[in-house]
Ligand binder design. Structure first.
Ligand code: PHE
Length: 355
């Protein structure tokens, strides 16, 4: 038997047995590699007598094609087999019953922030954000809050360094500063977010939420502030009428300043908002102090406006009948399941906020 025939028979029978991919690759290199059997036969062509050469070469080519074809076929076969096995292993049984899963709920504070944003966006406010870690300048100095102001005291403020240059913001008012520094008037924004004060009891948490409002334009006055807050309170509590009063107050960054109370009464041990002869303080506000405008390079003879700030947790407690602030931050799933909201029910003014 000629060498060629021997090679052919030997490898055809090898390729018929069960092989894996690396074994086939080994055969491939045994035959066609640099010193492979078939490659070596090709090198012999030059040494073969003229009369035999043509026959030898054509025979060799046929054998080469045949073996190469078989190898490709084998590789295909192995790959198909692998895919089949994989599909078999990863089969999903769609007839299996669904696994019981726990559905998440939206936290009442998140829900309240969404409601507030929706209400204000309806009358042209956009939403701004600022960082929890603030500079002393943005939190106090730029807001016309003097060095001896009690809010600066360690009892109230969490400072992050000995030099008292960095702190956890004590209110959302520094976002007023950030907003006005980065843009030109007019400004019409709200800024919800986390705030921190060194305080903790049933109605105070060291971390709580506020929303700031700021409207600066050419002819904004206290009347606009009243109209805006009245609209907000009515929308938020989903009431047609609400009793509300402005009480003179003091903030370093507004002049004049006021605190806003809403009327309520107790019925069967529950707070009913809107009517009654009891008053509940819900926010601070006022006309932005000219010094604040000057600090952010806004000319107070051309532009003026109002700002307000309110506690979001407090509003959520009132609206949803939650009486302990600390429960907000306990992460108790049972509590959240009871007071939380459906994630698919996004609050909008026209579809209803909380229903
Ligand atoms: N920043 C004030 C506070 O935390 C609230 C406020 C904001 C008052 C804006 C007036 C204007 O109590």
């Amino acid at each position: 038997m000629s060498d060629l025939k021997k090679i052919k028979d030997e490898f055809i029978s090898k390729l018929k047995s069960k092989l894996n991919l690396s074994e086939v690759n080994q055969i491939k290199s045994d035959l066609f590699g640099k010193n492979g059997l078939v490659s070596s036969e090709f090198k012999k062509i030059g040494t073969i007598a003229d009369t035999e050469r043509k026959k030898f070469a054509s025979e060799l080519n046929v054998i080469k094609d045949e073996l190469q074809g078989l190898i490709n076929l084998k590789i295909n076969e192995i790959e198909n087999e692998e895919i089949k096995e994989k599909l078999q292993k990863e089969k999903i049984d769609i007839t299996l019953p669904e696994r019981p899963f726990v559905r998440g709920k939206i936290h009442p504070v998140s829900q309240t922030i969404d409601e507030i944003s929706s209400i204000f966006s309806e009358i042209g406010f956009s939403v701004e954000e600022g960082p929890d870690v603030e500079s002393e300048y943005n939190n106090f100095t730029a807001l016309n809050t003097p060095d001896n102001h009690p809010a600066r005291d360690m009892h109230d403020t969490f400072y992050l360094d000995d030099k008292k240059e960095k702190l956890l913001r004590t209110h959302t008012s520094p976002v007023q500063i950030r907003t006005m520094l980065k843009d030109k008037p007019p400004f019409k924004i709200i800024a919800p977010g986390r705030t921190y004060r060194s305080d903790s009891d049933q109605t105070h948490a060291p971390m709580f939420h506020q929303v700031e409002g700021l409207h600066i334009d050419k002819e904004i006055n206290m009347g606009h502030l009243k109209g805006c807050l009245n609209y907000f309170i009515k929308e938020f509590f989903e009431l047609d009428k609400i009793k509300m009063r402005f009480r003179p107050s003091h903030f370093p960054f507004t002049e004049p300043s006021a605190e806003v109370d809403i009327g309520y009464e107790m019925k069967d041990g529950k707070i009913v908002i809107g009517e009654g002869d009891q008053w509940l303080e819900i926010l601070g506000c006022g006309m932005v102090h000219p010094n604040v405008l000057r600090n952010v390079k806004v000319d107070p003879t051309k532009f003026q406006g109002y700002a307000f700030g309110m506690g979001i947790d407090r509003l959520a407690m009132l609206k949803y009948g939650i009486n302990d602030l600390r429960a907000f931050f306990d992460c108790d799933y049972r509590w959240l399941n009871h007071f939380g909201f459906d994630p698919l029910d996004v609050p909008t003014n026209y579809r209803g906020l909380s229903r």
